[in-house]
Design a protein around this ligand. Structure first.
Ligand SMILES: [Zn+2]
Length: 172
């Protein structure tokens, strides 16, 4: 049995562990301190995750919710250029369908067309795997902090109670 956290604001213990988002939270992860979010009041706070009961406080999967999409994409890296369709998208990466040969660990600049009349979204990404389902890209860290990507992903996922509290809760 590990420790069970309760919310410093409302004292409930429906707490999910979050992924670090701000520089401060990334820094905290070096000393085994992670961000957590209360499901009852959406309060976000930092706490040690050592000896924690991980089945009681699982990682919040919704932060990396995959959204089914159909977006045109082109990419380039080195001598390789290609284009394809983004099938699913999250803040962590995307899966695309395309006929171009790529290899795991290749790094590309992706240009995603988010809509008519909008500039394409440019992100750097690494090929994580190639399978029959498509090419899985992992966005590099800078892309995960991309505001347009975040806005697009959040616009596709209604019912995200932590949309604003994430910023309020970590204010130092
Ligand atoms: Zn709470």
């Amino acid at each position: 049995m590990g420790r069970i956290l309760s919310c410093p604001r409302c004292q409930k213990d429906d707490i999910l562990r979050s992924h670090p988002q701000s520089a401060r939270e990334h820094l905290a992860s070096f000393i085994f301190v992670a961000p957590f979010r209360c499901l009852s009041c959406s309060h976000r706070f930092l706490a040690s995750h050592l000896w924690l009961d991980h089945s009681t406080h699982p990682i919040d999967r919704r932060e990396h919710l995959r959204i089914p999409v159909r977006l045109y994409l082109s990419f380039s890296g080195g001598k390789v250029r290609g284009e394809g369709t983004v099938l699913d998208l999250s803040m962590g990466g995307c899966i695309i369908k395309c006929g171009t040969q790529v290899h795991a660990d290749d790094i590309f600049y992706l240009q995603l067309s988010l809509g008519d009349g909008e500039l394409p979204l440019e992100v750097a990404a690494m090929v994580r795997s190639v399978s029959a389902r498509g090419i899985a890209f992992k966005f590099l860290r800078a892309a995960q902090e991309n505001k347009r990507l975040l806005a697009f992903v959040q616009a596709q996922t209604p019912d995200q109670p932590d949309k604003s509290s994430g910023k309020v809760g970590v204010a130092a």
